[in-house]
Design a protein around this ligand. Structure first.
Ligand code: NAI
Length: 333
């Protein structure tokens, strides 16, 4: 089995090689985002292994099929970058890693909330400059605050568990309610109610046509003055221009983003010596109450091991013509 691994960073290689000692696949690594222009690199391979920002639109999928690619293995849970209908029509099964470590993303969500609230990023710099003043570092107790969770799947639930330990009130919206979330003492509500009740809103739902720009000018208008917003799910869930207006009007007290709609142009690469052309991103960076991390919610040793293991198991399953529970295309009619 020859597998072309795209968007491959040194850490991907490290964990895949570790797990591949048992499976013994032939893995070739490309430090590139897969797209229509470079899809020819897949010639001679049996499978393609991709990540969150690789392009698997119909033209790319058609090229892959014509080059003899038999399967596509995602090293992630989200699959908004893959046209599953086209993949199914072409007869190219797509598998993913549905849950590698929901706790990793949940804990990163908390890192964003706590940093923005207690401003430890600013305190760190101040103290290193021997400036021990506290002005501007004032936070609030999380205890007793209402947290709005949009999505109570694996990551939303793991986040709810941590926040319940902080003594927060939990209100959530999810079209498929979770008993485990209810058992924590959390409540479900309409989105409108959640927007008006929550002190902090955290997004944990997938990006779909329905959830695209869920957070926009209208939804922001319904939120509390001084709301904190956290997005560790997918950039397209929020209308970034609307967030900028919300920050300028002081409606948004703090904004934490681990994902960004145009992240494929920026994230996972070192642009420190370059001029960034994305004015929206640069405007976001200019606010002292905005914290952006470069899609690192998943980035723990445990998660990377699990991603590598499940990815190789998925490919083993498909190559042995066995049914694979992580196949996305099997649910497409
Ligand atoms: P999951 O599938 O376990 O849960 C998603 C939940 O969202 C489900 O309960 C579903 O019913 C709900 N949902 C679907 N549409 C909704 C809507 N319009 N409004 C509210 N809820 C809705 O997925 P999981 O593992 O919890 O992941 C959530 C998202 O986190 C993924 O879709 C992915 O985009 C993102 N993610 C981000 C990572 C990072 O490194 N920052 C890593 C892994 C996932």
């Amino acid at each position: 089995m020859r597998i072309a691994v795209f968007s491959a960073q040194p850490y991907d290689k490290q964990f895949l090689e570790q797990e591949n000692q048992e499976t013994g696949f032939q893995l070739s690594y490309f430090d590139l985002l897969l797209n229509e222009t470079n899809a020819d690199l897949c010639k001679g391979f049996d499978a393609v292994c991709v990540f969150v920002n690789d392009d698997l639109s119909p033209p790319v999928l058609t090229k892959l099929k014509n080059l003899g690619i038999r399967f596509i293995a995602l090293r992630c849970a989200g699959f908004n970058n893959v046209d599953l209908v086209a993949a199914k029509a072409l007869g190219v099964p797509v598998v993913r890693v549905p849950a590698y470590s929901p706790e990793a993303v949940a804990e990163h969500t908390l890192a964003l909330i706590l940093t923005l609230n207690r401003k430890t990023h600013r305190a760190y710099n101040r103290v290193r400059e021997s400036n021990f003043t506290l002005n501007g570092l004032l936070g609030f107790n999380l205890h007793g605050k209402t947290i709005g969770l949009i999505g109570t799947g694996q990551i939303g639930l793991a986040t709810a568990k941590i926040l319940s330990g902080f003594g927060c009130n939990l209100v959530a919206y999810d079209p498929y309610p979770s008993d485990e979330y209810l058992a924590l003492g959390g409540q479900y509500a309409t989105l409108n109610h959640l927007y008006s009740a929550a002190d902090i809103i955290s997004l944990h739902c997938p990006l779909t046509d329905e959830s695209q720009h869920l957070i926009n000018t209208d939804s922001l208008a319904q939120m509390k003055q001084g709301v904190m917003l956290i997005n560790t799910s997918r950039g397209g869930l929020v209308d970034t221009q609307a967030l900028i207006q919300g920050l300028k009007s002081r409606k948004i007290r703090a904004l934490g983003l681990d994902v960004y709609e145009q992240e494929s142009q920026l994230f996972f690469h070192d642009h420190s010596g370059e001029i960034i052309d994305d004015d929206i991103f640069e405007r976001l960076q200019s606010f002292p109450n905005v914290l952006v991390t470069g899609h690192q919610g998943f980035f723990t040793e445990e998660a990377l091991s699990e991603i590598a293991r499940t990815t190789l198991d998925n490919i083993t399953c498909l190559s042995n013509a066995q049914p694979c529970e992580n196949e996305l295309t099997q649910n497409i009619s």
